[in-house]
Ligand binder design. Structure first.
Ligand code: ADP
Ligand code: MG
Length: 330
């Protein structure tokens, strides 16, 4: 049983970056306005996520890391219109099967918080009273300590920390009402640092640099025709003065960080056809569609999605991007 659980958990948490994503989404769901991440050894030694959200109630700590424990699914219909990001109640539980998880949390109005550690889906001891500031801190230590092969593969790849930085950068320019930071354990300087703001451009500037933010154009499109495929799109795209060798495409569909390779390719095509200097674009885009129109990938670690009638949507976006590029290039 425990081996089966571990294998299943290893599927949900494939790399340190997938654990970080789940933890950050939980912090956002908890209404945090500040989230800080600390990483040691690419996440294998330590992943620590601290937030100032609503915290976890003492009575919920016992079952917190049991599989399918979620506070976010109240009715079956919710499955069709998932508003909060988590809905599976599997992330935290999975982490306890492949790492050592310690939760410190305090809810509003409490005088002290609680700290508790979990192994294989259960508490190691009763929650201990402790001092705590607002919110929740979750530590995942020794990730994949019981999966030797996985650990070895990851130890040999140096890029896990940069994957985490990239992930947090993307979240930081989407959830601009939340301040994010990400640093290596013991480092003074953060590699991502944003403060809560109401300006998307400011957020993009503090993550990707002012020289990027300076060269962006705002775009917007929508279609409420239910017979084609209704959508609302809003975003920023780089202009002719922006120069980069690689495309940066940050895409959120219905508030979920996703990849849509068809859309990405369509945008790349417009840029190379329209701009003489073959600059690769920077794109931040958020698309909202009726939830039932997203082909939700059931596998929790897959980011690739497709949309119902996506050709129609992609073509509209392509046309818009092209006309904006042409007029900015004149
Ligand atoms: P899900 O997010 O799918 O509900 P998780 O395993 O990610 O499942 O989390 C389980 C539950 O733990 C959540 O539903 C939430 O109630 C609670 N939780 C986890 N992280 C936090 C946090 N940072 N702040 C408040 N509650 C949290
Ligand atoms: Mg979750």
């Amino acid at each position: 049983q425990s081996v089966v659980n571990r294998i299943a958990a290893g599927e949900v948490v494939q790399r340190p970056v997938s654990a970080v994503k789940e933890l950050i989404e939980n912090s956002i769901d908890a209404n945090s306005s500040s989230i800080s991440v600390t990483i040691k050894d690419g996440g294998l030694k330590l992943i620590q996520v601290s937030d100032d959200g609503h915290g976890i109630r003492h009575e919920d700590l016992g079952i917190l890391c049991e599989r399918h424990t979620t506070s976010k699914l109240s009715a079956f219909e919710d499955l069709r219109s998932i508003k909060s990001m988590g809905f599976r109640g599997e992330a935290l539980a999975s982490m306890t099967y492949v790492g050592h998880v310690t939760v410190t949390t305090i809810t509003k109005g409490q005088l002290h918080g609680y700290r508790v550690s979990y192994r294989d889906g259960v508490m190691e001891h009763e929650p201990k009273a402790c001092a705590a500031v607002k919110g929740t801190q979750i530590m995942v230590e020794n990730l994949f300590y019981n999966m030797a092969a996985r650990r070895k593969t990851l130890q040999n790849s140096a890029d896990d920390y940069s994957k985490i930085v990239d992930l947090i950068s993307r979240f930081a320019i989407h959830h601009i009402n939340v301040g994010f930071s990400c640093r290596k354990h013991g480092a003074v300087r953060a590699d991502v640092h944003t403060v809560a703001t109401s300006s998307r451009l400011d957020a993009i500037g503090s993550v990707y640099g002012v020289s990027v933010a300076r060269n962006l154009m705002e775009i917007e499109a929508s279609d409420d025709d239910p017979s084609s495929s209704p959508f609302e799109m809003h975003g920023f795209i780089s202009n002719a003065d922006y120069a980069a060798k690689k495309i940066t495409m940050v895409l959120f569909i219905n508030d979920r960080l996703v990849d849509c390779s068809a859309l990405k390719r369509a945008i790349e095509v417009v840029y190379s056809a329209t701009l003489p200097k073959a600059s690769k674009p920077f794109v931040y885009m958020t698309i909202v569609v009726p939830p039932e129109n997203v082909d939700v990938n059931v596998h929790p670690t897959k980011r690739e999605v497709s949309l119902l009638n996506q050709e129609v949507i992609i073509e509209k976006i392509q046309t818009l991007v092209e006309s904006r590029l042409r007029s900015s290039n004149d």
